[in-house]
Ligand binder design. Structure first.
Ligand SMILES: Nc1nc2c(ncn2[C@@H]2O[C@H](COP(=O)(O)OP(=O)(O)OP(=O)(O)O)[C@@H](O)[C@H]2O)c(=O)[nH]1
Ligand SMILES: [Mg+2]
Length: 404
């Protein structure tokens, strides 16, 4: 799945834990995702280390024996970066750095780093910089001793780079400055959104890499950057789309992910305003991903955090072309059928019985079922349009609303 065409990838190892809240299969899934994140940030994962434990070690996250295994591997293979799946405290980061003597990152670092690489507009860059400063502030002491050695590469892009910024006061001032800058842009953006009048607003939401931008391109004939890496989209794109005679605004925005750093959710609040102010959500799901149900839960959780849980929502199950169910192991007579063995038909039935025609199954790439999808969106937009402009619909049922 992962193409390793980039030269000089940074060598990395991943470290995760198996706990009572996070079993072996889940831990593997998280590490798969962490590997994808590492690849997106420009790294190459040479090995993974996992340890079963009741709770993380407060000093070093994993136990000392396991840490020694990691240290040896790092030394033998000249690895430059150790990436932990969970957020490390400043003290843990410091202790681990001392033992491993390489760059130590956690999932939050990695995501912030990818965001820093991908931010295109000055607005996105400001938001990412703010999140990085807020992440950095409580960790300044930890960074201090290692900055000499840690220069450049993954996790080091952004405000951590220069020594001068290790001064807390400077970082605090910077945070205030960035916040003020964001506030100014926010005001301009609110005005822009206000100028759009009463047009019906539809937002594509979903986990990262599910095909939101691809779907946007297919239905609005626009060219929005889409690729098989995480967080291809950071800035919100808004396009006017017309289905039959009905115009509406469609927005494509940043993808969600599990354990999304709170600093990021906060600093991206305004980007997410597009979602918060939408009349209708299209929640796009990658049904070919083995853990798509968990992705749905994570997205719903973040929607809750931005007060958008109660919006009319259509669930759009994408990538049906790539869906594969696991065959039941015939040699194992005790093998029980699980959801992994479901056929696409079974998934359709499951979701249709749950939410009726609010579940759609499509392939944005193969363009399958897109007519159904458009029809469903049209019906829903029309309904909202009628409540918003009742007289127009009453007086001129065939009016071309595109001119409004
Ligand atoms: N097989 C298959 N692949 C798809 C389909 N739709 C999108 N993809 C692929 O999935 C990858 C991610 O697509 P994007 O449109 O960038 O996904 P996104 O949700 O916008 O991702 P972010 O912006 O990173 O959150 C790309 O490689 C697409 O080509 C589909 O229907 N089938
Ligand atoms: Mg995208």
């Amino acid at each position: 799945m992962i193409e390793k065409k980039d030269i000089a990838l940074e060598k990395a190892v991943l470290i995760g834990i198996i706990t009572k809240d996070q079993d072996e299969a889940q831990s593997k899934e998280y590490l798969d995702e962490l590997e994808f994140l590492t690849y997106t940030a420009g790294g190459d994962v040479l090995a993974r280390f996992t340890q079963k434990m009741d709770m993380p070690n407060p000093k070093t996250f994993i136990g000392s024996g396991k840490m020694e295994d990691v240290r040896q591997f790092i030394e033998e293979n000249e690895v430059g970066t150790a990436i932990f799946d969970d957020e490390l405290s400043a003290a843990q980061e410091r202790n681990i750095s001392k033992i491993l003597n390489v760059k130590v990152l956690d999932r939050t670092n990695l995501i912030l780093d990818i965001f820093a690489q991908r931010a295109q507009t000055s607005y996105a860059r400001t938001q990412v910089e703010l999140a990085q400063c807020e992440y950095l502030l409580p960790r300044l002491r930890g960074m201090w001793t290692h900055l000499e050695r840690q220069k450049g590469g993954i996790g080091m892009r952004g405000p951590g780079e220069t020594e001068i910024e290790t001064d807390r006061r400077i970082v605090r001032d910077k945070i205030a400055l960035l916040k003020a800058k964001i506030k100014t842009i926010d005001k301009q953006m609110a005005v822009q959104r206000g100028n759009r009048g009463k047009m019906v607003r539809v937002a594509l939401v979903g986990y990262t890499n599910v095909g939101k931008s691809t779907l946007m391109n297919v239905i609005s004939k626009s060219e929005v950057f889409a690729e098989n890496k995480l967080f291809a989209t950071l800035d919100t794109t808004v396009r006017k789309v017309v289905i039959q005679n009905l115009p509406f605004l469609l927005s494509d925005t940043v993808g969600f992910i599990r354990k999304l750093p709170t600093q990021l959710v906060d600093s991206f609040k305004s980007t997410l305003d597009e979602v918060r102010e939408a009349d209708l959500l299209l929640h796009v799901v990658d049904i070919s991903h083995p853990n798509f149900e968990e992705h749905i839960d994570s997205v719903n959780k973040i929607l809750g955090e931005i007060d958008s849980s109660d919006k009319p929502t259509i669930m759009v199950f994408n990538k049906i072309d790539a869906y594969k169910s696991e065959p039941l192991d015939e040699d194992d007579i005790d093998a029980e059928r699980t959801k992994a063995n479901y056929s696409l038909e079974e998934w359709k039935n499951t979701w249709m019985s749950k939410i009726g025609n609010n579940a759609l199954f499509i392939s944005a790439v193969n363009k399958s079922n897109l007519e159904d999808f458009k029809k469903r969106v049209y019906d829903e937009v029309r309904e909202i349009h009628i409540t918003r402009f009742p007289y127009n619909h009453f007086l001129y049922p065939d009016y071309n609303y595109e001119d409004m």
